[in-house]
Design a protein around this ligand. Sequence first.
Ligand SMILES: [Zn+2]
Length: 460
Amino acid sequence: MSSSEWEAVIGLEVHAHLKTRTKMFCRCELEYGAAENTRTCPVCLAHPGALPVPNGKAIEHTLKLGLALGCEISKHAIFARKNYFYPDLPKGYQISQYEAPLCGKGALQIPGGPRIGITRAHLEEDAAKTVHAGGATGRSVGADYSLVDFNRGGTPLLEIVSEPDLRSADDADRYLRLLRQTIVELGIGDAEMEKGTLRADVNVSVRKQGEEGFRPRWELKNMNSFTYIRRGIEAAVREQVAAYERGETLEQSTYDYDPDTNRLAVHRSKEEADDYRYFPEPDLVPVDPPRELLDSIELPELPAERIARLAEHTDLDAAWELVFSGNDWKAQALAEHGVEWKAAAAIAMNRGDFRPENAAALAEIVRANVTREALDDAFAAAASGSIDSATYLAQTAVSDESELEPVIDAILAANPGQVETYRGGKEGVLGFFVGAVMRETQGKADPKVVNRLLLEKLRG
Ligand SMILES: [Zn+2]
């Protein structure tokens, strides 16, 4: 049997912190990096009798993403208690959404790739942060003691669950990057993996090509690096295929990816969803998003749409790169002013910054085919202020023969001896004349044109 008979089946549960001033159910202000346990109150510390009040901005942000992903928006979303015991959860339950999430089925089309179904996007609160110290630092097992920072507890958290529509680590990577870019551009979250404001649980199983249904999946929990997610998926696929090919059967379980060994280690066996004993949160009324609120949400052109549109002019990889680097508007602006698309894309990726109001002047300079150095100068000028293309082009008179000819004539007239030497057969003297012309024009002449004109006159 060969491993090419197998295909991966991957689904992602992405968690993104929402950008709000205060927490999900209390008025504690959110501040990344604030001193430990200084952003707490009776609500997020679960003091008896404290009641939650939902954050309207978080609901609006969730709806915004739901609309961007074409999700069915609930008319009657219900908060639910997800019960479990852990030191990072003082209430003994997390307020989440279970049977009736704010956003139901939708999809994210990967440009040049598959359309990934969205199962749901729901709103919940994040748990507090535990810090394991001493012993095997960073791991709960083997630590000497653990500390809890409740600042993070109660942060609005958006969970976006995909269908198991992803078929490779590459697809998963592109889906996640696209989703992240969408969250950032909608202005609803920072989605920075290194800060923990974007995390993902990854579900991976494999099956034979053409096989119906799914085999037991492995869940990789709390992944917070694009690289590790990719490697974790690859490791899971590798290990599952090897196990099946040895004739083993596999169970649904939870794994941690160990970047040091590039292998998976059993985390704990997966609880059944029933273990959480979900029930509707009695302290909160259902959320009925008003029509006016939904109508008032305006979506910008989304990254997936922009990539697809740019890919009609330039190649797909360049389109992805332009959008993800935030440089697509530069290529667009230059192209709108007559620069050929491929050149516009290359310039947008490789040149320094410039301001939108300078695009027309820059496009004119690009179209004039000035030297590389002159172009660099022009872009530097456009980044630091305004730029006047007429003056700029006048200063960088490069390949204009009518400007170069008088200079060359003057130099030839001033050096009759060297002209005789050249005509006598010592063609190396050409370099002397080229150098003289470049000095005279302060390096702005196009050497190719200078060479050609010199040869014409010396031979003529
Ligand atoms: Zn609080």
